[in-house]
Write a protein that binds this ligand. Structure first.
Ligand code: HEC
Length: 148
């Protein structure tokens, strides 16, 4: 499962340092200003979206849990691959979220995007569509061995 093998202590401290100011305790966000991470379809959706948001930032309108936000999130590209993986895994397995862990190798794949213009929602994979596609593919997927 998604349970992180990384020390929760370090993850929580990173969240506190890098995300808390905007996304708040428990990933609740602030209505109309900072979208929630708790229960967000984006957080529980494709890993690629989350990694790229950290590397390039995100601006303009995005709908999260049925509410529209039109703000700017600056990139967090000064964090290492490991730190980004740790923080995203933490967010995806806390605040009531349940999504797979993100590894440093996954983050590394997108490093080349650093410095490109900020993302807008059009650059992201629609999490609802990804979910629908996953559901169709599900029955088989469960059995896949998870080895490195
Ligand atoms: C300076 C404030 C700020 C900080 C710090 C910040 N964010 Fe954001 N974040 C935002 C804003 C504002 C948006 C919405 C941007 C928009 O309107 O397009 C957002 C959107 C998001 C989204 C997509 C929408 C959602 O709510 O699911 C994710 C995921 C996210 N942030 C994760 C993080 C993580 C993880 C961190 C810490 C590493 C972080 N953010 C740090 C302000 C911030």
């Amino acid at each position: 499962m998604a349970a992180s093998l990384l020390p929760t202590f370090a993850s929580a401290a990173l969240y506190q340092q890098k995300c808390f100011a905007c996304h708040q305790a428990g990933g609740a966000g602030i209505p109309n200003v900072f979208p929630p991470l708790a229960g967000s379809e984006w957080v529980n959706g494709p890993a690629e979206n989350l990694i790229r948001i950290q590397l390039r930032g995100l601006m303009g309108p995005i709908t999260v849990k049925g509410k529209k936000y039109a703000q700017v999130m600056p990139p967090n590209a000064t964090m290492t691959d490991k730190e980004i993986a740790t923080i995203l895994t933490y967010v995806r397995s806390n605040f009531g979220n349940k999504a797979d862990a993100i590894t440093a190798d996954m983050v590394k794949k997108y490093r080349g995007e650093v410095g490109k213009p900020m993302l807008t929602v059009k650059d992201l994979i629609d999490p609802e569509k990804a979910k629908a596609a996953k559901k169709e593919a599900k029955p088989k997927k469960k059995e896949e061995p998870k080895k490195k």
